[in-house]
Design a protein around this ligand. Structure first.
Ligand SMILES: N=CN[C@@H](CCC(=O)O)C(=O)O
Ligand SMILES: [Zn+2]
Length: 413
């Protein structure tokens, strides 16, 4: 698709080079005011100030007067593939039970695993595709999807195959993460180490053989998987070329960040609880911290301390954690708003965390995350709005007019 956008009020996140932004670097959001942008063959071909706009070109043109164009959001942490929902647990929590108590009663991840095991691959694809279509329309233009609601070989492979099929059918980049170690299934109750061995010896080789994942994940948390389990899983993944992206410090800091850093994890995700020692460990590493603020909103748990992370001159990424238990929502616009409202991030920091830095968290910085020549034309065109700060300010409202994936409109095709 070839396309010329002209009269763009503001073209955001314009960068000639890729760079993971750290600490104070995240304050800067490079923009061109009164701009144009040329899309050729689904990629960003050129852009500039209106004074140099090639309006003479014979191609489809979009007048973006009063509107903003920015790269699509990158959602680097989701569990978008799941079967059914868990609104009953939501009501249980309103009535006083905690997330941990619900999990101990066999609810939580095990509840989702039961539903998923009973769902056919076709039906799982249908439910997941609907969610993917919805998040694309909300501006997500690259996404990571985890397994972890299967917890048997068959069901974990089923999830990853659905992710692969979505990747084949849709034009946005999809990265897949194997999360066999999400919870200990009932069949292994009381014998966690046997389940870990099952993951390493039986599941992982199949996942790798069928090329079903780029990353490996583990829920490193009290009551789920400990430091030893975490290390075993990360090292096993490494043998198959899978880098780790781990769930850590959601409820407790048990040393998972140190382990992740020692094992060169690509990212550590959640971090609602973060100690000075955790920050120091991160400072010595290339591991990227990822915050999931809608999980904090939904579970009423602390927000990841963004200011502390940025003051430590670390990078920060924002993602949704879209899943049926702790975040039944995949709206990246809400994430950017929550980051500003609840984590005290500036709009510039939040937009950087949800675009260019997020691309690094799934190793897609060469393809998406900024307005850079040669990157995919995965773009958000806003409605007429006064400024980019209006996006997080006017939270919960939709200000997107169109989303383009490789230059193709997704809302009004
Ligand atoms: N914490 C672990 N996994 C998911 C939630 C899982 C669930 O409750 O189904 C998360 O990232 O929040
Ligand atoms: Zn998660």
């Amino acid at each position: 698709m070839n396309l010329l956008f002209y009269n763009i009020q503001s073209l955001l996140q314009v960068r000639s080079e890729n760079k993971l932004l750290k600490g104070s670097e995240m304050k800067v959001l490079p923009c061109i005011e009164n701009a144009w942008l040329l899309v050729e063959n689904g990629k960003i071909a050129d852009f500039g100030e209106m004074s140099s706009c090639p309006l003479h070109l014979k191609l489809k043109k979009v007048d973006a007067k009063g509107k903003i164009i920015l790269p699509t959001w990158i959602d680097s942490h989701t569990h978008l593939i799941y079967a059914g929902n868990r609104e009953n647990e939501f009501v249980d929590r309103i009535n006083g039970l905690s997330y941990e108590e619900i999990a101990k009663r066999g609810g939580g991840i095990l509840n989702s695993a039961k539903k998923l095991q009973e769902t056919t691959e076709e039906e799982l694809f249908k439910q997941s595709e609907k969610r993917l279509q919805e998040v694309i329309k909300m501006g997500t233009g690259a996404i990571e999807i985890k397994s972890g609601y299967g917890l048997t070989i068959e069901a974990e492979l089923k999830m990853l195959k659905v992710a692969k099929k979505l990747g084949n059918k849709y034009k946005l980049p999809i990265k897949k993460t194997f999360l066999g170690a999400h919870a200990v299934p009932l069949a292994y109750k009381g014998d966690k180490s046997a389940y870990i061995q099952h993951i390493i010896n039986d599941m992982l080789p199949k996942v790798a053989e069928q090329n079903l994942a780029e990353y490996i994940d583990i829920f490193c948390e009290q009551g789920y998987f400990d430091l030893n389990d975490t290390e075993l899983i990360m090292q096993a993944g490494k043998k198959y070329g899978l880098k780790s992206k781990i769930h850590v410090n959601q409820f407790n800091s048990i040393g998972g960040i140190e382990k992740a850093v020692q094992n060169q994890a690509l990212s550590v995700d959640h971090l609602e609880v973060l100690t000075e020692k955790d920050l120091k460990d991160l400072q010595k590493s290339n591991t990227i911290p990822v915050a999931l603020p809608s999980c904090s909103l939904f579970l009423s748990i602390p927000y990841t301390p963004a200011r502390k992370i940025l003051e430590a001159q670390l990078p920060l990424v924002l993602a949704t954690d879209y899943n049926p238990g702790s975040t039944p929502n995949g709206n990246m616009n809400l994430i950017v708003s929550l980051a500003c409202i609840k984590m005290n991030m500036t709009p510039e920091e939040a937009i950087n965390a949800a675009t260019i830095n997020a691309a690094y968290a799934i190793e897609l910085e060469h393809k998406v995350g900024s307005i850079t020549k040669g990157k995919l034309a995965n773009l958000i065109l806003t409605q007429e709005i006064p400024s980019y700060s209006f996006l997080p300010y006017s939270f919960g409202n939709n200000h997107i007019e169109e989303v383009y994936i490789q230059g193709e409109p997704q809302i009004n095709p």
